[in-house]
Design a protein around this ligand. Sequence first.
Ligand SMILES: *Cc1c(COP(=O)(O)O)cnc(C)c1O
Length: 407
Amino acid sequence: MMFEVFDGSFTQQEPIPEEGIAAAMAVLQHGRLHRYNVTDAEHGETALLEQEFAAFTGAKYALAVASGGYAIGCALRAIGVKAGDTVLSNGFTLAPVPGAIASLGAEPLFVETADNLTIDLDDLEAQIEASAAKYLLLSHMRGHLCDMDRLMDICDASGVLVVEDCAHTMGADWKGTPSGRHGIIGCYSCQTYKHVNSGEGGLMVSDDAQIMARATIMSGSYMLYERHLASPPADAFEQVKYVTPNISGRMDNLRAAILRPQLAKLPQQVEAWNARYAAMEAGLRNAPGLSIIERDPRGVFVGSSIQFRLPKASVDEIEVFTSRCAARGVELKWFGAAEPVAFTSRYDSWRYARPQALARTDEILSGLLDMRLPLTFSVEDCDLIARIIQSEARALHGRAALASQSG
Ligand SMILES: *Cc1c(COP(=O)(O)O)cnc(C)c1O
């Protein structure tokens, strides 16, 4: 039997588009990298990016910052979260999410995970009632969107303000509304492994003038906010400009220059990702012992990664399965590992937070595997990777059947 192996890289992104390289070179040549270092005749790449991102999301205001994690921390500060406040968030997310909460001296309180990896809305309702928390930092982890209508009904009914972490949903939508536009602020990451790539970078959008005025001052606008093209009107700054601390975290013109052409291309990229995702999902669908995470058809997601579960497999079996896949060139991240590897996504590894036990989340994460789908993979690569995973799932299934016979 042929033993197929994949030799591509799961961490290799596409090159920056030619227009982005040319725009970056122009910035390097004129040397005005700081966003407020502009001539009378120009707006600067950062202000233009904000204007374009506001248009892309349909938001009144947009602000570009240094990272996705910075955007989230800034959003929490701008809506008034204070040290000691409780901020609800997903039990399944990435370390910068609880980290942003902790950076304010606030306390994360994690909510259970539903079968489709979204926040569990029944548990959210119960935890809002039990904690009287006034803030939710909602993480659309791995691009899985919960029922946003129900989530907003729950939060609006209790006066809970929602900040959306859209690190994995830039370009996605829920029933036609862009991800990041349900809550009071949406936060995005432009880090290399997200949907646009400037190495590091973040974006925030909102329709709330006061909140965005505060966020702009905090990001380090040195009272130069009139040079923005997607910021609130000057009068919104009058009440906040002397009382809002500067916590510098601006974006620069070099990164913005790299990002603008990528943003213009994003709808095309989303199609390319989803073609790869569809191939992978089709290839995995009938693998024995393996369950696909179903995507809610009411949302348009961006298939930049795929998750599946081996719900019946033991720790040993998953270790054998992932190492056999790795030996054939297929890199899978397992969320159930005892020790965090490379990046952390388990709520119990964030020991600065109040200890919590989330039985449902534990059960889901224990068999959950995750794989990146960079756009340097072709659809044929995805077919091949799926065949490798299929054959290892069959082998695992075969070994398990044998063991139960002899046992
Ligand atoms: C990457 C990421 C962030 C933060 O983005 P950075 O730009 O790396 O700070 C936030 N949330 C999730 C779920 C992420 O994956």
